[in-house]
Design a protein around this ligand. Sequence first.
Ligand SMILES: [Zn+2]
Length: 679
Amino acid sequence: MRACRFWVAFLLVMTSAAFSQSAASSKPGPGFSVDNIDKSVDPCVDFYQYACGNWIKNSEIPADRPAWQSFSELNESNLEVERKILEKAESGGAGRNPIDQKIGDLYGSCMDEKAVDAKGITPLKPELERIAAVKDKGALIEEIAHIHLIGPNPLFNFYSNSDLHNADQVIAYVDQGGLSLPDRDYYVKDDADKVEMRKHLADYATQLFTLAGQTPQQAASSAQTVLVVETLLAANSMERTKRRDPKNRDHKMTRDEAVAMAPEFYLNRYFDAAGTPNFKELNVTNPDFFKQVNGVIAALPLESLKTYVTWHVLRGAAPWLSQPFVDANFKMRQALTGQKQNQDRWKRCVDLVDGSLGEALGQRYVEATFGVEGKQRMLKMVAALEKSLDEDIQGLSWMSDDTKKQAKVKLMAIRNKIGYPDQYRDYSLILIKRDDLMGNVERANEFESKRQIAKIDKPLDRKEWGMTPPEVNAYYSGSYNEIVFPAGILQPPFFDKSMDDAVNFGGIGLVIGHELTHGFDDQGRKFDPTGNLRDWWTEQDGKEFEKRVNCVADEYSNFVAVDNMKLNGRLTLGENTADNGGARVALAALEHMIADDKSGKEGQSIDGYTPEQRFFLGFGRVWCEKQRPEYLRMQVSTNPHSPGKYRVNGVVQNMPEFQKAWNCKAGQPMVAENACRVW
Ligand SMILES: [Zn+2]
């Protein structure tokens, strides 16, 4: 069981080991440069191509990456910084402080490939034997509780989160889950790419069962069982787009009601085995899933369910077992992402430490990289963006004064976190051994699961962070009503101390505006200033809002991502709304700054571009990217963010400010006939 991320990130939440690069790739520098511009393109015809054309021409996707983006280089330099920290911590020996012992020995146990290979599947044997020994379905549920604690997530998800109607209080949640492919659609749809991935999954499962000791025939039959079970779970899972509406995930009930609704889940036995406090109420996010899967559990033989659970334990462990397991695991990822080769082991090991002991590694990362100056400049920009969004809201012609007043209260209540947490998480209870990679992974997962469980029926800790300091990302959380910017994103191309304000407002300024706007997108607008799911809109204003977001949804649904696959305008609605609103308020904040600058320096052109043009170029530059077609296909099905090209062109074609800055004429592609505007 891991923390459930209900917040909205600026970028795709990168899964561990999904991203990496080879050092050998040739590519332009990470910061803003006019060299990236393709001047043969008319900015009013395709602004993305204009801003990124030369960057795209001069960049290659490294063999071990599914994509290469402007900020990939930043991820890469972060990995190098973390590697140095970890190598130093590892070599420190007996006199090290406890933080360095933990991060150093976890990294060391992961890097010791020889020891890992020599052990083969042995480190996982105790877990496999536990499952094999299970005699009935009630005992299997208790076993699943144990497995959830140490990492893998078969059958369903269990976590803690704030109560949707009382955000200050944390409660228990049970949720749909238990799938291996990235989305339910992969099991229930017959598009060519989905059918192909089911085949890859069957191959992958066959391979792992064979490696675990089954005959090829048995293994193939076990793999089919896995597909059957997961297809039944998928068929009863809610679509991603529907899950975007928090009202569809709002089903608080008593523990007794939940237990009675799905008796085959033996939830009381599950909660006891997981060691939860004795809570009385919980949120069953998707009751239909539990009702329907209850019948699935009843109908399936115990042995089939055990095979399915074994599979999840095998696939969860595969990246940390011997080479044949690692290779099989990579082959599946390759099918999904198009990545040509696995990333170097040290990068996978850095990712493991970041995912397991993130705030301990993060503490060292911050000491090595983050200055006070960055935080001060960020605070100033956040204040400027908040002011700008406030003016934007107050100036809306379609919103009544009542709703505007409420919106202002919410905006003023948004907290911000910048750089790193005030207090780092205490990992002292996790035992990390230099010679026990699998055990380390399980103990770190168990520590995190128990930390999440311990929050149930306690007040929400508003100081907690949902990302680690090195992450190149940012987020808005509705229940916390806060915007968060880890130290990792406060670097070029997002934030460059050596650059003019125009470029930085197009970069990190837009990210700040984007996160603030999330508080008022199709999801965020449903939460009040304290983070409760409560409607603070007048009925008429709500209708006006829906009309405007429908325009955005229709607009983006027409963009072609790859082959004949168009974007899902509903899935990406919140992000597109935030991109559009963020660009508008960031530019407005820049205009204020130019107007207030008595020296006239802010208003000057640089490299032949006006501040407004540099703002848009800085924005475009952030999204320069190349993606493999396999990866793009997966993105369209699962990622709430649009591809870079449309994060740029979709926004600028809606902005009269853009058209003015670049002298675009009506009828040109970057001048939308029906421009959409929410914020
Ligand atoms: Zn976002």
